[in-house]
Design a binder for this molecule. Structure first.
Ligand code: C2E
Ligand code: MG
Ligand code: MG
Length: 717
């Protein structure tokens, strides 16, 4: 029972759905397609019916008419066949509603009878004619021996009325049938076309609206095959869109990662570090927390790279990065800032002791050896530490605070580096002051060359045996407009670091060459000049062209130019330097190793250097008369020089005793305050004029007899 009633309910619901005429008519009314379809169906059907029924009616009318005429003819013929023409008596009864008139003619067409409505005949019409719905029919009747012609006037009114009535009925029927057909086609269009279409459109709209700017959901349509195909097309598009959206997303994620991470170590990069630092500062201010920033820089990484190659260098960086990351907690941050520079943010650091502990751990972890392709590699690192809030001025905004703390750590790192590397340093205010002074020095240095604040001084050298002047060492002097004289030991390293030494060095070389050429023109043809060349100039790659240019411009013979390079600079990159030295040597310039004995020269390298001169460092000369060790060193250097056929110059000779000792040991050349302090260009010329022992290869003074001490002039800057 229940099943039946639910089935009935379904049928009812379906039926109601189907015949919900109001909704349907609304849909039809709104749908132009449905209106056109149903209208066309109605018109076409109606016209077809009119033609079909119209034709049928006309045929029926003709058939009825012929039938009527046949009946009338039969009646009249029968009536006359048996009558006598002369006594022709046509009963009145023969004239009826149908046969409205009758005319009889004899064989000679003489009128025998004219009865009823025979209008046409009286008007002289002999041929049967139609007047209104009256039809005249003429035929022959044979009665007895005579033949008569009868013209019967038959009215067709009855038939015509029938046809009209039937026609009207048929029209009405046709109209109703067309309307029903139109309504059915309306319902069909609405149900099988408009409604599914609307549902499809609605499904598309919902899917689009629900997606809220993302790729829409696929839709499902089961109604008709055509719509299903349409939906499938749409879903295909959606799938393609989803696929490309997925690709875009993956790409975006990759770009996002790449923008914030370093490709080598996969650690956060500078950008991400800066953002993290800002947040850390913000949180620390809000919650009154302390944290510390550690800048970790590999020591001598460039050397390491050059020695083992960049691939190994990269592995080392990646390994250190990985170790730092593993060592730190998840709440801390390890980022790679630059080539060999890492930064660590350690949160909740209560005091400097705790920060130092972390620094020690960082150093232990980073410097532990590791194996790579059979090499045992060991990094050395320097660490600069700055703590928040102790090391910053809390009044600034978050960004400035972040910047300040990193700068402080950089200052501390700088300190660790210049104190000999492989150590950590906690930031303090004095460091900052030193750094500020240093920065100011850098800035002033940049201006100094343009402003002509540099001068070249010349410190004479003599042949110890003949005491003739052999030439001079060119030494740069900086007269600072405010601070006065600045020692080259203070500014040359800065000029080296900033690269200014390239320009400055070239200027010194040119000035020294020009001065020597001027002296040649005065008659001192055998004087040489020694110019200090910094390691930076050696590795710059432009040294030879630069020196050649200076020589060419000054027209000085290359043999009179000696280039001094310190022992430590030579040892920094021996292979590279050996190559440069050979090139310079080939062009005839003389080469000297300066400050010999302080830079841990490898003697193995020494024999490969095309060097002409060793300059024994001042430190060994000072106590030469009293210190046995220094004595031994000087003797050893002199022995080396002799062995390698190099001249040996003793620097910093300050008294006669030292000079005599050096002479007794076979040293060739001496330079020092005892002979002369460094002299300005003018003073040097004067000095030469008055030097009693004369000048190598040239002019000789007449003041030979004067004691050496009375000849000393000049300043040390
Ligand atoms: P250096 O090349 O070893 O120069 C010798 C230094 O010893 C000079 O110092 C000189 O004034 C000083 N000196 C010479 N004789 C005596 C002496 O008897 N007693 C004492 N106490 N000192 C003496 P200065 O001019 O201050 O130069 C220091 C260093 O600065 C130089 O050492 C050199 O390494 C560098 N330097 C100087 N001028 C230049 C330059 O033009 N270019 C480059 N690259 N470096 C330079
Ligand atoms: Mg020197
Ligand atoms: Mg020296």
């Amino acid at each position: 029972m229940a099943e039946i009633s639910s089935a009935i309910a379904i049928v009812y619901r379906k039926g109601r759905d189907f015949l919900d005429l109001r909704t349907l008519s609304e849909k039809v009314y709104r749908s132009r397609t449905a209106r056109t379809v149903s209208g066309s169906v109605a018109i076409v059907l109606f016209l077809v019916q009119v033609f079909v029924y119209g034709g049928a009616l006309f045929t029926q009318y003709q058939n009825d008419t012929n039938q009527q005429v046949k009946i009338e003819k039969a009646l009249i013929s029968t009536a006359f066949r048996y009558s006598n023409i002369d006594s022709l008596d046509i009963p009145e009864a023969l004239i009826t509603d149908t046969l409205v008139g009758l005319v009889l003619l004899d064989a000679d067409d003489r009128l025998l009878l004219n009865k009823g409505n025979t209008l046409d005949y009286e008007h002289g019409v002999t041929e049967p004619a139609n007047a209104g719905f009256v039809e005249s029919i003429r035929w022959e009747i044979t009665a007895d021996t005579d033949t008569l012609s009868a013209i019967a006037y038959v009215s067709m009114h009855g038939q015509f009325d029938d046809v009209v009535r039937n026609g009207l009925w048929l029209l009405l029927f046709g109209l109703v049938a067309s309307l029903i057909a139109a309504a059915v086609s309306m319902i069909g269009t609405a149900r099988y076309y408009i409604m599914p279409m609307e549902r499809l459109i609605q499904a598309l709209r919902t899917s689009r609206e629900d997606s809220e700017g993302r790729v829409p959901e696929p839709i499902e349509v089961t109604e008709s095959n055509d719509l299903k195909l349409l939906a499938e097309e749409y879903n295909g598009l959606i799938e393609a869109q989803r696929k490309s959206a997925r690709q875009v997303k993956v790409k975006q994620q990759y770009l996002e990662f790449a923008a914030h991470h370093d490709p080598l170590t996969h650690l956060p990069n500078r950008l991400m570090f800066e953002n993290a630092l800002k947040k850390t500062v913000r949180d620390a201010i809000a919650d009154d927390l302390k944290f510390a920033v550690f800048l970790v820089d590999l020591d001598n990484f460039k050397f390491f790279n050059d020695q083992y190659g960049h691939l190994v260098g990269d592995k080392m960086v990646a390994e250190v990065g990985n170790r730092l990351r593993t060592m730190m907690r998840d709440i801390d941050l390890v980022a790679r800032l630059d080539g060999d520079e890492f930064v660590v943010i350690q949160k909740d650091v209560p005091d400097t002791e705790a920060a130092e502990e972390v620094a020690k751990r960082i150093m232990n972890v980073a410097t532990a050896p590791y194996e790579y392709r059979g090499f045992t590699l060991k990094a050395a690192v320097s660490v600069g530490i700055s703590s928040f809030p102790d090391d910053v001025h809390i009044s600034q905004d978050e960004e400035m605070l972040g910047e300040e703390i990193v700068n402080n750590a950089a200052v501390a790192l700088q300190e660790a580096k210049s104190n000999g590397k492989n150590q950590y340093q906690l930031f303090n205010e004095k460091m900052r002051l030193r750094l500020t002074a240093r920065i100011r020095l850098e800035q002033d240095l940049k201006m100094a060359l343009q402003d002509g604040q540099f001068e070249v001084y010349y410190q004479p050298k003599i042949n110890i045996h003949t005491r003739q002047c052999t030439g001079a060492e060119a030494l740069v002097r900086w007269r600072h407009p405010v601070n006065g004289y600045v020692s080259p030991e203070a500014f040359v390293p800065v000029a080296e670091e900033t690269g200014l030494i390239i320009e400055l060095g070239e200027w010194i070389l040119r000035t020294a060459c020009n001065k020597t050429r001027d002296l040649q023109q005065l008659g001192y043809t055998g004087l040489n000049v020694a110019v200090n060349i910094s390691a930076v100039q050696f590795t710059d790659g432009n040294l030879l062209p630069m020196v050649s240019k200076a020589l060419k411009e000054s027209k000085l013979t290359p043999e009179l130019l000696e280039l001094e390079i310190t022992e430590s600079a030579v040892m920094h990159d021996p292979e590279e330097v050996i190559h440069s030295l050979h090139q310079l040597s080939k062009h005839g310039m003389k080469l000297a190793i300066d400050d010999f004995g302080t830079g841990y020269s490898s003697l193995a390298y020494l024999k490969r250097f095309p060097v002409n001169t060793l300059k024994i460092d001042r430190a060994f000369i000072t106590d030469i008369s009293s210190d046995n060790d220094d004595m031994a060193i000087v003797e050893a250097v002199l022995g080396l020089g002799k062995h390698f056929n190099m001249k040996v110059v003793a620097e910093g000779v300050e008294d006669e005793e030292q000079l005599n000792f050096l002479k007794s040991q076979g040293c060739d050349i001496a330079q020092g305050y005892y002979i002369s302090k460094p002299l300005s260009s003018e003073q040097y010329t004067h000095w030469l004029e008055r030097w009693p022992y004369g000048v190598q290869g040239g002019y000789t003074s007449s003041l030979l007899e004067l004691p050496l001490s009375d000849q000393r002039t000049g300043t040390d800057g």
